[in-house]
Design a protein around this ligand. Structure first.
Ligand code: TPU
Ligand code: MG
Length: 568
C-alpha cells in the first residue's frame, strides 16, 4: 500500500466484502453506535443504502432481499435496534437465508472503565447482545480490536453463506473508522464445499438399494430445495424417474406447477389436487429438503408413515444409514444419472387427477368474497409475477392458486411472523424490479408492519397489496377464539394516501364488490410510480374450508395434555 493510499478502515473492509458477495443494497436504521460504519458502507460505490422505518421491518426487508438475492445485510444500532432486528434474524435462521446482521456497539474503552451507557441495560455488561446473537445465528463475532476485524468478518460471512443461515457481526463505534488491512481474494470466503466423494458414492449406492424392489416411488419437495440451489437437479431427477412429484406448502413453486408430473401440494387434509392420496399410496418416498413441522403436517396428522429417504441440504438419511457432507445438488444430480424410469405413480395419479374447477365468476355488483378475490388474483398471475402470502387465510388462499410458468411464490411458514410480507416484499422487489410483486395480506398482519409501505412509496416500488379486511384475526379464531381476535378497523386506503405526503405516488383503493376489485386491479396494473393497496372488504365469516380444517387439527395438537398428567 503506498503512503498516498487513502486510509482503509474496518468499515471499508466490511463494505468491500458485502459488495464482493453480490449484495447491492444494505438495509439500515441509524443510531449513534453505527453512524461511522454507515458512512463507510455508503461510501462504497457498489452498495445502495436503504433506510427502513424500524429495525423489525429492516430485518424483515433484508430477509426478503435474501430470498431474491441469495444473501443480505441489515445494519442496526446497539440493543434498541439489534433486539428488534433479532426477529427478522430468527426468520432468516428458520427459513434458511444468509442474512448478515451487523450491529454497532459501545466504544471499546467503556466496558473496562465501568461506564454506564445509553441504549444498554445499565448494568455495565455489554456482552449480552453478542451472547443472545449466538443463539439465533450460525456464527456470531464481536470485533474487539481492528486487527481482528478481517478474520472475524470473513469467518462470519463464510459460515453464513455455507450454512444458508444468518450470522452476526458486532463492530464498536470507535473501530468502524479504524485502520484496517485490505482483503484478499473473495474466493476464500465464498468457495463452495463440495461433497465428500466417498460419502456421495455411498449415499448414491444406498439410494439404489432403497429404491430397488419398490413399485410406487413418489418425490416430496420441501422448502430447503431452493435454499440449497438444487431446483434444476431435482427437475432432472424427477424426469429421469417419471414419478409423481408432490410439494410441501412452504415449497410451492419450487417444482413447476405446469409440469405434467406435478401432483399438487401435500398438506394432509388440506392438500391440493390428490397429492395426499398419492403420497399415502407410495411405497418409497424421496423427501428432498422437506420440513415436517406441526403446521406442514396439519397438527401431526399427516406425517408420512413409510420409511423415508430424506435428502437434506448437506446430508442424506435412509432407514438405517446416514451420510454427512453430501451436498443436495450433487446428490440429486448423481441420482438422476443412476435411477430407472418408473411412472407407476403418475399412471395412478392420472386416474385420480381432479377435474379442473369451474370457478364461479361473480357479477360486478356482487359483494366481494374470498373466492372472488382469489379468482381475480389468479388472473393477475403471469410469468413475471412474484406472489407473497402472509400468515392467515392468505396462506390457504395463496396455496390454492395455480402458478404459471416463471411465477414465483414466497411464504414464511416456519417462522410465521404476521406482518412479514410487507417489508419482505419490499426487500425482494428491490432486487427484482422487472418482476411484478403481489402481496396477499390480512388486516391484522398489515397492522404489524404497515409503516414499511412508506419505503415502497419512497423508492417508487410498484408492489400491489391485496389487503383482505375481514375485521380481525380469523386464523386465530379458527384455532382458539376470544376477545383478543378482534382488532380496531382502519381506513387502509386513506393511510396509504397519508404516506404519500407531498411527493409520493401510491394509490389506496377500496373494493366492496367484484366489479370494484376488477377496476382497482386494472388501475394497479398500470401504476408504476409506487405501490397500490387495494382494501378488499369481505364478510367476517368468509374464510376457507382449508383454514377451518387445518385450524381444528393445529388446535388439537396445541391442546395435548402434558404426558405425565395423562391417566392412561
Ligand atoms: O386472514 P386472517 O384474518 O386470518 O389474517 P390477519 O387478519 O392478518 O390475522 C392474523 C392473525 C394471527 C395472529 C395474531 N395469525 N397469527 N397470529 C399469532 C402471531 C402473533 N404475533 C406474531 C408476530 N406472529 C404471529 N403469527
Ligand atoms: Mg383478518
Amino acid at each position: 500500500m503506498s503512503a498516498h493510499d487513502k486510509k482503509f478502515t474496518v468499515g471499508d473492509y466490511l463494505a468491500q466484502r458485502l459488495a464482493e458477495i453480490g449484495i447491492c443494497h444494505h438495509f439500515v436504521v441509524p443510531g449513534d453506535y453505527n453512524l461511522i460504519l454507515l458512512d463507510k458502507l455508503s461510501a462504497n460505490p457498489n452498495l445502495t443504502e436503504i433506510g427502513c422505518a424500524n429495525e423489525l421491518n429492516c430485518s424483515m426487508a433484508a430477509e426478503g432481499y435474501a430470498r431474491a438475492n441469495g444473501a443480505s445485510v441489515c445494519v442496526v444500532t446497539f440493543s434498541v435496534g439489534a433486539l428488534s432486528a433479532f426477529n427478522g434474524t430468527g426468520s432468516a435462521y428458520a427459513e434458511n437465508l444468509p442474512l448478515i446482521l451487523v450491529s454497532g456497539s459501545p466504544n471499546t474503552n467503556d466496558a473496562g472503565q465501568f461506564h454506564i451507557l445509553h441504549h444498554t441495560l445499565g448494568n455495565g455488561d455489554y456482552t449480552y447482545q453478542y451472547e443472545m446473537a449466538k443463539k439465533i445465528t450460525c456464527c456470531a463475532v464481536a470485533v474487539a480490536r481492528a486487527e481482528e476485524a478481517p478474520r472475524l468478518i470473513d469467518r462470519a460471512i463464510r459460515h453464513a453463506l455455507l450454512a444458508r443461515k444468518p450470522c452476526y457481526i458486532e463492530i464498536p463505534t470507535n473501530l468502524a473508522g479504524a485502520s484496517c488491512v485490505r482483503p484478499g481474494p473473495i474466493s476464500a470466503v465464498t468457495d463452495y464445499v463440495v461433497s465428500d466423494p466417498a460419502a456421495l458414492e455411498a449415499a448414491g449406492n444406498c439410494a439404489s438399494e432403497y429404491l430397488s424392489g419398490k413399485l410406487k416411488p413418489v418425490i416430496l419437495v420441501g422448502p430447503k430445495l431452493r435454499r440449497a440451489g438444487a431446483e434444476a437437479e431435482l427437475l432432472r431427477l424427477a424426469e429421469a424417474m417419471g414419478c409423481a412429484v408432490a410439494v410441501q406448502p412452504a415449497a410451492k413453486g419450487m417444482f413447476p406447477e405446469d409440469h405434467p408430473q406435478f401432483v399438487g401440494i401435500f398438506w394432509g387434509q388440506v392438500s391440493t389436487g390428490a397429492a395426499d392420496t398419492i403420497v399415502h399410496w407410495a411405497d418409497a418416498l424421496i423427501c428432498v429438503g422437506t420440513i415436517f413441522n406441526d403446521y406442514s403436517t396439519v397438527g401431526w396428522t399427516a406425517v408420512p408413515d413409510i420409511p423415508l429417504m430424506a435428502a437434506d441440504m448437506d446430508h442424506v438419511t435412509f432407514p438405517g444409514a446416514h451420510f454427512s457432507r453430501v451436498r443436495l445438488p450433487e446428490f440429486l444430480g448423481r441420482l438422476a444419472e443412476q435411477v430407472s424410469f418408473n411412472d407407476t405413480t403418475m399412471v395412478e395419479y392420472n386416474r385420480l387427477r381432479p377435474d379442473p374447477l369451474h370457478l364461479h365468476v361473480a357479477a360486478p355488483e356482487d359483494a366481494l368474497t374470498r373466492k372472488e378475490i382469489s379468482r381475480q388474483v389468479q388472473d393477475m398471475m403471469g410469468p413475471k409475477t412474484s406472489l407473497f402470502v402472509e400468515t392467515g387465510d392468505s396462506w390457504f388462499n395463496g396455496i390454492q392458486l395455480k402458478l404459471p410458468q416463471g411465477a414465483q411464490f414466497e411464504i414464511e411458514m416456519q417462522w410465521g411472523h404476521i406482518g412479514w410480507s410487507i417489508p419482505a416484499s419490499f426487500g425482494y422487489a428491490l432486487h427484482y424490479p422487472e418482476r411484478r410483486t403481489i402481496v396477499m395480506v390480512g388486516d391484522g398482519s398489515f397492522q404489524v408492519t404497515a409503516q414499511e409501505v412508506s419505503q415502497m412509496v419512497r423508492f417508487r416500488i410498484p408492489i400491489t397489496i391485496i389487503l383482505i379486511n375481514n375485521r380481525g384475526y380469523t386464523i386465530e379464531v379458527e384455532i382458539h377464539d376470544g376477545s383478543y381476535n378482534k382488532i380496531k378497523n382502519w381506513d387502509y386506503a386513506m393511510l396509504i394516501r397519508a404516506f404519500n405526503s407531498t411527493d409520493g405516488d401510491a394509490k389506496g383503493l377500496v373494493a366492496n364488490t367484484a366489479g370494484e376489485l376488477a377496476e382497482a386491479i386494472a388501475i394497479a396494473a398500470k401504476h408504476d410510480g409506487g405501490p397500490t393497496l387495494i382494501e378488499c372488504t369481505i364478510d367476517q365469516d368468509d374464510c376457507s374450508r382449508e383454514l377451518i380444517t387445518w385450524g381444528h387439527y393445529v388446535a388439537s395438537a396445541n391442546a395435548r395434555p402434558p404426558r405425565h398428567q395423562r391417566e392412561d
